[in-house]
Design a protein around this ligand. Structure first.
Ligand code: FAD
Length: 478
């Protein structure tokens, strides 16, 4: 099998019958028909379908080096500048389908897995490490066009530095046994966006001080004992007029519980190795490659936001005011900055120790500092410019029952009432609904705590040359 269709994606996830709990109830029957998942799974299915369309097949797929079948471009390993460019164009194409609102479209995790597999050599010869399992899983996922979610962090119990959970009460997932079949995992992890609507769950401990909690593996979403506890859904109803974004792109987030889940040895990449658990993500191209995909998505999202803001401005004719223009310029500056950073990361790509071409990581680390700061400002701009318009938004049902009042009194100088409200409902769903505020939180945190990411940039950025320049300047007598 190579690239999947949307129908195949949906059938496969439905067939898994994974344990998904929402609002105290286990999802029974087809997850794709559950109101919380229906819209987003349909959007995800469209991504798979696009891979088969004649106009997009070359952009979104490539020929597998092993099976010679067409596989998804986001699995492509990077040997040349052309590979990077192809990856960027494919990521943009998929992001355009969701306008950047699905942070975990499959290319995000495909890229993550590709990045880890490209660094599998790091695991070679190290205790309790299985580089061949990682490589095999990467190839399997690529050939089967699997979807993945992931959990990289531990529950938010006690974030004091060097906190280690005691042995009595297991909360953060850990290895409780090793059998001939595999590792036995008990406990919880955070936070699987799309949990339950993917084939697989990738589990990696990023920083660990605890041997039992040092591991990297993947497990099918329907593994016995694996449970996804979802938050409440933000899809209030399926009307695309009322909830133009929530009804389509509400990805859902889930706490993952491992109830003595057996992870087969062939899916274990490493375990009980503190050095590897703490270093592997950093040494691999995870940050560089994944952020390269992320930026493509965030650029498309910023373009969409610019479009929404401009359409509000036009609708109520406020474009002459200089503070309004300044706010649009703030969005334009972010957009152009992100586009420039993405291209710069490619221009300054370098060959890594594993032989692959890696986009310039510091440039991408800068981008992941810029966007989480600007995104909340975008939503504030929408609130400031939309003002009461964001609350004068009767529903589709209200318009269906309208005797003419709403159409007349909610008009703008250029639109009838319903047309005007349609635009403002979009702005509201983007900046104010539960879906919209979750998007803000997502952009702040999805790639990690921005404070610690800043610290990572501070410690890794090479300033030595500049310090030397200052020293030599101070030494000069003339
Ligand atoms: C919408 C959403 C979707 C997500 N999806 C996923 C997903 O699919 N998979 C996944 O694995 N994760 C996911 N995450 C989790 C994400 O990786 C974390 O939110 C992020 O790493 C921060 O961790 P935390 O939420 O536990 O915050 P915490 O680490 O608990 O931080 C809380 C606050 O304390 C401060 N703090 C804590 N420790 C320190 C420290 N050592 N130094 C300085 N300040 C500190 C932080 O700066 C922050 O202000 C998602 C998060 C969100 C919000």
């Amino acid at each position: 099998m190579s690239i999947r269709t949307g129908k195949q994606y949906i059938e496969r996830i439905d067939a898994l019958q994974s344990f998904i709990s929402i609002d105290g109830e286990k999802v029974e029957g087809k997850v794709s028909e559950h109101p919380a998942f229906q819209g987003v799974m349909c959007s995800q299915a469209k991504l798979f379908d696009r891979q088969h369309e004649e106009d997009f097949i070359d952009k979104l797929t490539y020929v597998s080096p092993t099976s010679l079948e067409r596989v998804g471009m986001s699995f492509r390993q990077v040997l040349t500048a052309e590979d990077l460019k192809k990856r960027r164009l494919a990521a943009r194409e998929w992001a355009l389908c969701t306008h950047g609102f699905m942070g975990r479209s499959p290319d995000y995790m495909n890229t993550t897995l590709m990045a880890l597999a490209s660094a599998a050599d790091y695991l070679k010869g190290k205790p309790n490490c299985f580089p061949e399992h990682l490589q095999q899983f990467y190839e399997f996922a690529r050939e089967q066009d699997l979807t993945m979610t992931h959990t990289f962090i531990e529950p938010q119990v006690n974030r004091k530095q060097y906190y280690i959970e005691d042995d009595e009460t297991t909360i953060a997932a850990k290895i409780v046994d090793k059998t001939s079949q595999g590792l036995v995992i008990r406990g919880a992890r955070l936070l699987a966006t799309q949990g339950g609507m993917t084939d697989e769950l990738l589990v990696l401990s990023s920083i660990s001080f605890d041997l039992e909690r040092s591991f990297g593996f993947s497990i099918p979403s329907n593994a016995p004992g694996l449970k996804f506890y979802c938050r409440q859904s933000f899809v209030d109803n399926t009307s695309v007029f009322d909830y133009p974004l929530s009804s389509r792109f509400e990805e859902m987030d889930a706490v993952v519980v491992f109830d003595d889940v057996v992870v087969p040895w062939e899916r274990v990449f490493y375990y009980e190795n503190l050095e590897v658990a703490s270093q592997f993500m950093n040494i691999s191209g995870f940050q560089a490659y994944t952020l390269h995909q992320v930026l493509s998505r965030q650029i498309v999202k910023t373009e969409f936001i610019l479009g929404v803001v401009q359409s509000i401005i036009k609708t109520i004719n406020i474009g002459d005011y200089s503070h309004v223009q300044q706010k649009v310029v703030d969005i334009i500056v972010t957009l152009e900055t992100m586009k420039a950073l993405l291209l710069k990361s490619e221009l300054e790509a370098h060959r890594d120790i594993f032989g692959f071409l890696r986009p310039h990581q510091p440039t991408l680390q800068v981008a992941i500092q810029v966007f989480p700061k600007m995104y909340p400002q975008f939503t504030e701009i929408i609130q400031i410019l939309g003002a009461s318009g964001l609350m004068s938004i009767p529903s589709e049902k209200a318009f269906a029952a309208d005797d003419g009042d709403l159409e007349h009194y909610l008009q703008s100088f250029q639109d009838g009432g319903k047309e005007r409200v349609k635009k403002f409902r979009l702005a509201w769903d983007l900046a104010m609904s539960s879906f919209g505020t979750r998007q803000t939180l997502y952009e702040r945190f999805f790639f990690g705590d921005p404070i610690r990411l800043a610290s990572g940039l501070y410690h890794s950025y090479n300033n030595e040359e500049f310090v030397r320049r200052i020293e030599s300047f101070l030494d000069k007598k003339d």
